[in-house]
Design a protein. Sequence first.
Length: 194
Amino acid sequence: MLALIVPAILFLFLVVGAVVFLVCILIAPLRRFALSAALWCAMWGPCAVAFLLLAGTAVLAEASISNSGDMHIRHAPRLLAALGWGYLTLAVLAAIVIATCLAWLHQVLLHRLTFLLFRLYATVVCAGIGSVFGWCFAWTLLANEIDHTLPWSILGMVILTVGFGTAAYKAARSLRGKPPESFTWISAEEFHGT
């Protein structure tokens, strides 16, 4: 059961990122931030897992070390109380900083790509977002015990993945936003036109 917690946390934040992506796509002024906003949300997953593993390691270290060197689980509550809200606050602030820095860097790098590379990147990432919704669809079918779950799941996964990828390929310009105003390898003309 414990081994399922890490993938569940990672997938939860992927779903949150996919939903944020859809919300940004539906609101025209936010469209150019959709990919970076989805990345910002998705980065909380690895951060949460890292901080959980750190806390777990600290709990195990405290539980296994005593004054006599013997293993004692009874010390774990003291460490958990010491970690408490301070550790949680520190973890949330660190996750905010890490996710924000990566999303900002992502947004900067997106504006430095040629349009062809950006279009390919957007297609692959959006197809991945479609696959996240495909997994959600498959698990919904499983949870509701729908007949022929496997073929419906495969069909749903293909439709969502190809659909999101195709939509991103065709609407890449609206995902890109304005051209950069300083240091760039591409021309502003690549941001306009067809």
